[in-house]
Design a binder for this molecule. Structure first.
Ligand SMILES: Nc1ncnc2c1ncn2[C@@H]1O[C@H](COP(=O)(O)OP(=O)(O)OP(=O)(O)O)[C@@H](O)[C@H]1O
Length: 343
């Protein structure tokens, strides 16, 4: 991640006891407290239906929290303000652009609505197009663009009005893997350069880790854990978070420290000589990924063990491998459960 310049004016977002029950009785959110620092990028991550979009819509002003819930921008209560009075920018998975207008006109739209002066509009639109590398598409109609180009236009349009807070709901989901990665890097750079407070919804953990200063992991309408990506990955508060962010293995066998179960990430174990091993397994699949090989092992428990190794040798199906989990990186789920409560 590139270091962030501190912009002169940023907007902190505070949620106090924001719950949401829909008219049909669906309880989408339990009361949520959250502080997003000005200029920070926070990612909401969680399985489908956990309430990510609803929380984003509360911040946007597209939904009202249940009575008692409050949304504050820099300490100012904006709960009763509709979206058009909050100065937020939104980018969705579906681009919500005007298909038969040009790229330039799409980006200029929000500025025109705000009655910004003509010369200023031209300057800002050009700046945004340069920033998103779409200058040569200025006169093209949106319905003549590729998905990646459209998403760049959508970002440019959202940022052109200089929003206090930028809200992004799965903006890259519709794109192919390579384009996603490229745009992810661009978005990261952009947010950092502009110092915009950004809240980003995704169910893609790689995206969350790459973009977030902090990740908010959600489950069933509540926050399971909040923290920087490394903390969430290495010190998950419970098995749900550990499983959701990356892969964990749970092998029923006594480690050298006497625990009845070894809990570890695929990259945290080594292939060793049998007498040094914590357990052995049989290779049922081996995927060579270039920088490593991902092995799927049968045994000793019922669920397969996933192991990432940097050994350069090839592995045969049915081959027995002896595995030792690095003692310093084992996870202790019992301790997690004890300490592990949502903040
Ligand atoms: N307008 C609505 N009326 C009733 N229930 C709703 C409404 N909008 C959302 N819900 C429900 O609220 C819960 C949370 O939905 P939400 O869209 O916030 O989840 P999400 O985490 O964004 O999911 P996804 O990743 O699938 O988009 C779900 O059970 C959903 O069905």
């Amino acid at each position: 991640m590139t270091p962030r310049e501190t912009p002169p004016e940023t907007t902190a977002v505070t949620l106090r006891a924001c719950a949401k029950t829909f008219p049909d009785g669906t309880r989408a959110l339990r009361p949520i407290d959250l502080e997003v620092t000005g200029g920070e990028t926070v990612v909401f991550l969680g399985p489908s239906g956990c309430g990510k979009t609803t929380l984003l819509r509360l911040i946007a002003g597209l939904e009202r929290p249940d009575p008692g819930g409050r949304v504050l921008f820099n300490g100012e209560d904006v709960t009763a303000r509709p979206i058009e009075k909050r100065n937020v920018g939104m980018v969705f998975q579906s681009y919500a652009l005007f298909p038969n207008m040009t790229v330039r006109d799409n980006i200029a739209y929000g500025l025109k609505v705000r009655r910004v002066a003509r010369a200023e509009i031209d300057a800002r639109v050009t700046e945004m197009m340069d920033m998103m590398h779409i200058g040569d598409l200025a006169a093209r109609r949106v319905d003549q663009l590729s998905g990646g180009q459209r998403q760049r236009v959508a970002l440019a349009r959202a940022i052109a009005v200089r929003p206090r807070v930028l809200l992004l709901d799965e903006p890259l989901t519709a794109l192919d893997a390579l384009l996603r990665e490229r745009l992810r890097v661009e978005i990261d750079g952009l947010l950092r350069r502009l110092g915009i407070t950004a809240i980003y919804v995704t169910h893609d953990q790689a995206e969350a880790m790459a973009l977030g200063d902090r990740i908010v992991v959600m489950s069933h309408g509540a926050i399971a854990q909040i923290g920087p990506p490394r903390e969430i990955y290495h010190r998950p508060v419970n098995a749900f978070v550990a499983d959701f962010i990356g892969t964990i293995n749970r092998v029923p066998c006594a480690g050298s420290d006497g625990d009845p179960e070894l809990v570890f990430r695929p990259e945290d174990a080594d292939i060793v000589a049998p007498h040094e091993a914590d357990f052995s397994g049989t290779v049922t699949a081996a995927f060579f990924l270039g920088d490593r090989t991902r092995l799927i092992l049968a045994g000793p428990g019922e669920t397969p063990v996933v192991l990432d190794t940097r050994e350069r040798t090839a592995f045969d199906h049915g081959q027995s491998v002896a595995v030792r989990v690095r003692p310093d990186v084992r996870m202790d789920l019992a301790a997690m459960a004890e300490a592990g409560t949502a903040p």
